[in-house]
Design a protein. Structure first.
Length: 374
């Protein structure tokens, strides 16, 4: 709020983030997709589902002087373009000239780290992923880049030895993110979370832990009720076939839980109350159609999660399980940088796939698309 004499001008701002758990870290932060009503499928000419006459269009987006969008490097350029198109459409009703001004004349502050996970493009090639990155947007040449270099964690440590350790770890993480950490070449040709690249590994480890933990407590099995929306499709897609499908955004058909086990939400139910994609809870009671749980930080057992889920979070202890090499850009960097110190992360590799002939030790791939780094 600016004061000039006895007059006050309210400068409204809007804070949004790409991921649900990151929204909890921003004061008043909202999830970008719900705030802007971004469609699930976006293309080069897509608009958001907000009209100039809607309450959100009139009161929220028109009045916002500037927009802060954190974790923006995770979102595709087509998604950002959809917001740009929508803001221009909203603002030109106030001033026709704003139809031709980026984001309808609003200041947009993007926060993010291009070393981290990039937009997810289903079955996308490296070229397709790079092409959909934020810094390939049609307005990127108008963006002013500011690098936030001070390491706050190091500055807050009073012990000089701990500070040196953290500083060294921070530099090591940056080398991983930049793809400049030493590379080995084959010359002949209390754990708060276990992170792993694939959903299949997540399900296997969660089932194993459920079996071994909490002895004396019964394992409860919950089965999904799968059916086609159109009854005419039921013959082509029988229930048994639907039960065998396991898309990453939905629950498995058979969910095993025990009282006291960790679960994780897969959807943004109520971000204002901390119930968003990635929220961890403890199972407290089970009923026929309802499970009761207490927030820790879902609907998946959450001893283990994919590395993508941890982006934007910091944990006290992490186990990193890599039965296969990480495959997309930034995955290893995200996994390694979600802890405070090198002593807080413990890594398990597959002995066969991580060894290199004539070299001691075990190794994994660090995939970095240098084309997107600033």
């Amino acid at each position: 709020m600016d004061e000039a004499g006895n007059n006050y001008t309210l400068r409204c701002h809007l804070a949004v983030v790409t991921s649900g758990t990151a929204a909890l870290l921003l004061d008043g932060g909202c999830i970008a997709h719900s705030t802007f009503a971004i469609p699930l499928d976006v293309y080069e000419d897509t608009y958001c589902s907000i009209t100039p006459k809607s309450d959100k269009g009139r009161k929220l987006l028109r009045e916002a002087q500037f927009i802060v969008w954190d974790e923006a490097s995770m979102v595709s350029k087509d998604t950002i373009h959809a917001v740009d198109h929508t803001l221009r459409d909203l603002m030109h009703h106030q001033d026709a000239a704003l139809k031709h001004v980026q984001f309808g004349g609003k200041i947009v502050i993007f926060g993010g780290d291009f070393r981290q996970v990039l937009p997810v493009i289903r079955n996308g090639t490296k070229a397709q992923i790079v092409n959909q990155s934020l810094n390939q947007a049609n307005f990127w040449n108008q963006v002013t880049i500011h690098h936030l270099r001070p390491n706050i964690q190091v500055q807050q440590v009073s012990n000089i030895n701990d500070a040196n350790t953290l500083c060294g770890f921070s530099e090591y993480l940056l080398r991983i993110g930049d793809g400049s950490e030493s590379v080995a070449t084959d010359t002949e040709d209390r754990v708060h979370a276990i992170l792993t690249p694939k959903n299949k590994n997540v399900a296997d480890i969660n089932d194993l832990i459920i079996e071994r933990l909490y002895p004396g407590r019964d394992i409860e099995e919950f089965l999904s009720a799968d059916s086609m929306a159109d009854p005419e499709d039921q013959l082509s897609y029988p229930t048994k076939l639907l039960n065998e499908l396991n898309p990453s955004s939905l629950l498995p058909h058979k969910l095993k839980l025990r009282l006291g086990c960790l679960v994780m939400l897969l959807h943004n139910l109520n971000p204002s109350k901390g119930l968003c994609n990635g929220t961890q809870l403890i199972s407290r009671s089970f009923h026929w159609y309802v499970t009761e749980a207490e927030i820790v930080t879902g609907s998946h057992a959450a001893f283990t999660m994919t590395i993508n889920k941890v982006q934007g979070q910091t944990m006290d202890q992490v186990g990193l399980y890599l039965p296969e090499h990480p495959f997309p850009h930034g995955l290893l960097y995200v996994a390694m940088s979600c802890v405070h110190t090198p002593r807080s992360i413990h890594i398990t590799l597959n002995r066969d796939s991580s060894s290199i002939n004539r070299l001691l030790g075990f190794y994994t791939r660090n995939v970095v698309y240098r084309e997107v780094l600033l």
